[in-house]
Design a protein around this ligand. Sequence first.
Ligand code: SF4
Length: 327
Amino acid sequence: MTKKVATKKAAKKVLSKKVITKAPTKKLPVKKLDPKQKTIETLVELIKTTSTVVPDDVYRTLLKARTQEQAGSTASYAMNIINDNIELAKLKSQPLCQDTGTVIFFIYHPPGFHQTPFKELIKKAVVKATQKGYLRQNSVNSLTGENAGTNLGEGHPSIHFYEHNKKEVEVKLVLKGGGCENVSAQYSLPDTGLGAGRDLAGVRKVIIDAIHKAQGKGCGPGALGICIGGDRADSAYLAKKQLLRKLDDKNSHPELNKLENDIVETCNKLGIGPMGFGGKTTLLSCKITHANRVPASFFVSISYMCWAFRRQGIVMDKNNSIKKWLY
Ligand code: SF4
């Protein structure tokens, strides 16, 4: 190679290098959300997923139940429709059911956490999720019938705080449909009509009675949260809180664990079936807790959840993003 050619090549190299360095790819500025905005975004994501996707444990239980229905039966048809509904809702990010229910938050936080500002962020997230269509405009003033269209109002959303000894904040959410709430029940034992006394045999009787009464309503197959004892208000709340348990977990109390399994097995032999069409799948699960009572009272509270079992939870990281899904 002559000296002239070599110099030309070297110049070309320098030139092309220059061209590259002269026109660097323009980096788009990353829009950093302030911590409050980030929290709202995270909560909207939680609401969206809760509204549009059934948790894995529920889906597994539904799929297993579907295989137990006789092919070609109305029950099998109903279970297939439910499955199609679940798949379509997930695919389209649309609510599993038009009734997106009462919005119930459970917040578990470390000591020193400020509840009031977090409550405000939850409300903002609920409004945003409503605007985006993940929640139906579902909350109505009980005195005037007025619907503000935001899902905000007296006592709604329902927000419960608990202090725990972990460093992170956990947020759990349940969307509780009206149809299944209407077939939830509270019994006062003894119930002479049912021959139900103040013992576990009596408790069993009233639970089965509630399932009988719910047939054809509440969009079965259903899942139960039960509380034995407590006062009327706590009992109903603790029953609902049992819906936070995974469907395949085991009750650490041996007698209650036995009763849970017995209730599911017995109810699935009643022949009520999905949507009350007959069949083997009446109940997906039953979760029972207990609370002390006064000697004069013995309440059994039953929280009935429909197949559209909307419950999710997240662990938030220090940047208020989702670190982990809980279900
Ligand atoms: S009971 Fe459940 S599935 Fe039925 S309409 Fe209400 S929310 Fe929807």
